[in-house]
Structures are given as structure tokens and as C-alpha cells.
Design a protein around this ligand. Sequence first.
Ligand code: SAH
Ligand code: SF4
Length: 355
Amino acid sequence: MSHSSIYGLTYEQLQSWLMEHGEKRFRTEQVWNWLYKKRIDRFEDMNNVNQSTIDLLKENFVLHTMAEEIRQESKDGTIKFLFKLADGNVIETVLMRFNYGLSVCVTTQVGCNIGCSFCASGLLRKSRDLNSGEIVEQIMNVQKHMDERGEEERVSHIVVMGIGEPLDNYKNLMDFLYIVNDDGGLNIGARHITVSTSGLAHKMYEFADDPIQVNLAISLHAPNNELRTQIMKINRAFPIEKLMKAVDYYLEKKNRRITYEYIMLHDVNDHKKEALELAKLIRNHRHLAYVNLIPYNTVDEHIDYQRSSSENIQAFYETLKAEGIQCGVRWENGADIDAACGQLRSKQIKKTKAV
Ligand code: SAH
Ligand code: SF4
């Protein structure tokens, strides 16, 4: 292994690695503590660890693989970070403040191949997956930024809703989840972590079989195949019937509530007809369903799409409620700083290309 991020290893992987390199078992806990509790920036700072172990780690790992390129802070406390990766690619990470705590939205891939017709991230095809270290490092960088502010604020929630399709980068996603969830480290509760997928049904089975108890969100956005295929071409490969079969399996295995994300696109999917159809689609498991209505953030390149009016959003919400569906409207954070995931990045790339 050459200089890869140490944050990419789960506790067990770090333990095996250290022991294979002649270290005692108890070292793992010490190193883990320095990494995730004390959050050191240099291996040399692990002052109860042997110099030889420090040297070994330095020879094989790094603590930084990305650099902060831009940081924008919104009036509502949202902070958007643009990080430059070792290979020059840029990704974005967003910190949001809620009354229940600090939530970070992480990126899992450089670009996205799913190519949903309304999304800024999908404009740029995937150039590669992020490795687990790069996903964890986003959380570490945000947490370290909060540490520097000295207000003892802790990242308590994670949404895997940044650029990329998490279930298309499955192994790295799972390692990431186990690393941030570890109770001797960042200890971010599984129930405080949400993974959002565009509906890769085959991977949802695998996800259901994994014992970790994180939340699942599905980007549904339309209640029938015709409309869904029109706005999300992935629906050809995984049409609604296949998706709902995977949902049944997930619910049977996990018995955990699923969130259905539904972007409100003016005069596309925001009529009463679609609200009724949506209610019908999830009626059978409505006790384990929550619909999140997301007012669309306009993207310059997608001129055919506009945000639904507040009246239409309200009416859609009322229809769902009247049908006994639990739902809410997700009003955005950071409206003044390129809020929608992928927007800051795509703007930055355009700027770079323009010069
Ligand atoms: N690829 C995954 C996770 C990242 S996208 C997925 O699609 O679920 C996270 C959420 O943001 C998805 O529900 C996505 O549909 C939504 N989204 C994408 N572009 C948006 C925009 N311009 N305005 C509002 N929501 C958007
Ligand atoms: Fe990819 Fe999600 Fe954007 Fe679709 S909405 S292009 S799956 S990031």
C-alpha cells in the first residue's frame, strides 16, 4: 500500500494492518483515538505512540489527500466547501445547521453517470469513484473546521446526498458508513445517517442485507414509469415495479421507514393526478413511508425545468396528507450560496474552463 488516506480504513482493517506490520493489538485503539477523537493533523502529534509506529504510519499513509479550495458561508449558517482532490478533481461538501444538530452532505463520486435530466451533478459524467478515505476526509475536514471555531460543535448527522450515486460506489460507501459510525471514533449514530439513491434496485437488496441501521432515501420524483423515465433515464433499467419489489424486500428485512424524495417541478410532476398516484403507489406500506417534497433548485443548463409554485407544493402536500401519507416540504438551506448539490462545483468547473 502506498500513501493512501488513513481515513479509508475501518477499525478492523487498521487493526489487521497494524498487526501484520508487527504492532500490538492495543495500538489500534490509540491510533484511532488520535485520528477521530483528538483529530490530529500530523502523525507526529500522537504523543503516546512509539516513534517507530509513527514512522511506519508516515511511510504508508497520509492524513490529507485534499485541499480546501473555496468555503462559502450562508447567512443561515450553511457552509459549502469545495475540495480539490490529489488528482485535481473538485468535489463539494455542505454543512447544514438544524435545530437537531449539524448535518453534513457528502459527495461519493466525481460526477454522476445516472444523468437525471434536472440535476447539476449529472451534467458532468462520472470520472471516478471516491475512495472511502476521500469520503471520510470530507467529514473530518468539516469537523476540524468546527473544532477550530472553538464552539465545541459536533457533526451529528450525515446525508449521503452530494454528487454521485452512493450505491454505484458500494464498497467504499459501506466502509465509510462503518468508519464514521464507530463508537470509539466519530460515533455518528446510524439512525442519524441517510443514504439517498436514485433507485439502483439490485444494490438495494445488498444494502438491506447489511446489518448497519442507517436510513434509506429513494429519489422517486415521479409515480409512474412514463414520467419517471422522462426525467430519470435510470428508470429504464430499474422501473417502478422493480424498485418497489426492492422496497418490499428492504422493509421486510429492516422494518425501517423509507423516505421518498420528490422534486417539485413546475407543470411536470406537481399536479393533483401525480399526488394521488404517488399515494396509491406507497399506500400499502404507508406506516413506513415518508415523502419529502423538495422545491426544485433551478439549474442554468436545465432551462426546461422550473420550481413549482408554493401553491402547487402546498396543494400536493395537502393531497398526500388527505390520503394518509406522512410527508413534509424540505425548504432549502443556504439559498444564497448555490445551495443545490453539484451547483457550486459545476459553476467552478465552468469558470475554470472559461479562463
Ligand atoms: N444520487 C443520489 C444522491 C445525490 S442527489 C440520488 O439521486 O438520490 C440528492 C437529492 O438531490 C436527490 O433526491 C436529487 O434528486 C436531488 N436533486 C438533484 N438536483 C436537484 C435540484 N436541482 N434541486 C433540488 N433537488 C435536486
Ligand atoms: Fe446522479 Fe442523483 Fe444527480 Fe441523478 S440526482 S444525476 S443520481 S446525483
